[in-house]
Design a protein around this ligand. Sequence first.
Ligand code: ARG
Length: 666
Amino acid sequence: MSILTELKRRFEDALRSWAAEARDLLEMIRPSQEERFGDYQANLAMPLGKRLGRPPREIAAELAARLDVSDMAEPPEIAGPGFINFRLRTDWLAEQLTRAAADPRLGVPLVSSPRTYVIDYSAPNVAKPMHVGHIRSTVIGDALCRMLRFMGCRVISDNHIGDWGVQFGMILYGYKHFLDPEAYRRQPVQELARLYRLVRLLMDYQEAKAKLAEGRLQARIAELQSHFPQPLSAGSGQSNPAQSSKTSLSGKEAPVARAMKKELAELIEEQAELEKKTAQVEQSAELARLAAEHPNLESRVLAETAKLHAGDPENRRLWQEFLPHCLAELDRIYQRLGVQFDWTLGESFYHDRLAGLVEELLARGLARISDGAVCIFLDGFDTPMIIRKQDGAFLYATTDLATLQYRMETWRPDAILYVVDHRQSLHFQQLFAVARLLGYRDVELQHISFGTVLGEDGRPFKTREGDLVGLESLLDEAVTRALKIVSENDDAKPDGPELSSEQRAEIAERVGIGAVKYADLSQNRTSDYVFSYPKMLALSGNTSAYMQYAYARVRSIFRKGGVEPESLRNSGAPILLTTPPERDLGLALLRFGETLELALQDYRPNLLTAYLYDLANRYSAFFEQCPVLKAQPDSLRTSRLLLCDLTARTIQKGLELLGIEVVERM
Ligand code: ARG
């Protein structure tokens, strides 16, 4: 039972004679933000009044009179300009809860018309180690899959890995020139990763060197510098307002000066980066020698990539040899994260379709040749989408078009979700525009965009060497810290520690990984967030550790009371809501289903984390004010135990839908 859906259904009946298309009006029925407005609030009398040219209060009163909700709510109240406020009947709530408690789905209904979703997430470029940037797509995508499946939708998860790009050109080049055969035999993945890093380092070096030699950057810096009496230093840009305000005359600088200062700070920073990159190589005689012996590395690497794409037998054979190692490495991390995919159809899978697709688009007149490249010009975009370069190479966009076509033909989805960071938003806007041109009109295409993970300094989360933090080391660190917390918590128990060291380790793995996932999912996905171990592992506040702890505490009541929750659930005993904290908790428990619906409307898992946090807080208030094991008479004790059990199951299910495991003890 979803209260919200039920209310909407009743309104739909009442609205029938006034509005044929009531969906947008029904969206205006919402849980109330404040207690004094009741449990739910309908704000639709205002727009409806406008539409009908009648006073909203009058409309509200008429609607309230027509509405048949007497079984579930007290008579609705009209407030302000025409709000309709509902307070649910406590006996009705208790009845719904009794049903939910006996239901394996916790009272959450399946969607009435299940859709088919393809979800494209994680999608790392393989052959380079996964880093912190991959956490968001992986974790958000996985949560959406789980939530949609739970609601009864058909979900096809597809990991569109980058297994065909320049990084393979880099490894191919590295393999041919820098391989340590013994290391490759022993630990192929590590050796391939080393080769990737080495070639990357040398390429970055040459690029930095060239840029510095050009001198344009330095010239622009000098020019900007001449406008300001006090020299600026790296890091005095926008990201550090405290420092930059010191050099400004007042808070109200002219916008031009501010823009110049910002540019200057960014350029200084860029220069420092470039210098760091060149120093890194030049400080090592060995690296400097390699850089000198392999000039123009980038074009050599591109040549290896092109050979791979053109079917060169040696490069194909090596690619075939490398790929399984890369995939095994990925799988190891996915296993640890508890993430699975139905399909892993990477970029290479589509290679043979690209030439035909480009020809088809040319033949249909959707694409045309411009400056030797094949382009799709789109209304409303400054730049065309290029699908074949002058030199005949295909692009990321070409592959994505082929992928879209394949998915439409193979799975006939109602929706395709691309969980990819916000920097690719233009790409997806263009991709979706082309999809419409291709005739895919009815499918919902969504870029589930997300922000950047920042370090404590407010910049992208990097290691001291300047690389993005590796995903694996990040998980290890979280688990190590979790172990410390779990151990300290256990040692401090009044009756002495309860957990063996194996138990502690297992709990730490769940708590540590859960913390990383939850910290990510609890953010509004479009914002950046700061990665902080202490915050994400805190035992209080909106963290997974707090939720896991709440769960374990509820479960301990059953152990303490020697009560078997299973038999309790099947007993058919009623839930009674005798006090306000019981009612508050009960209402929250019944809102699980509508929370999932709302979270899926915008694909925002953070609505689910916020719900769980609220639920845990209501549970705390209930537990403080209402004795459970000591409650009398027996029917009240049973009812309260049922509330505890339903709370634990809701937390467990909610975390499960976020890809997080609970622990029985902590
Ligand atoms: N491999 C890409 C990257 O790391 C992400 C792919 C996302 N999916 C897609 N269909 N484009 O940037």
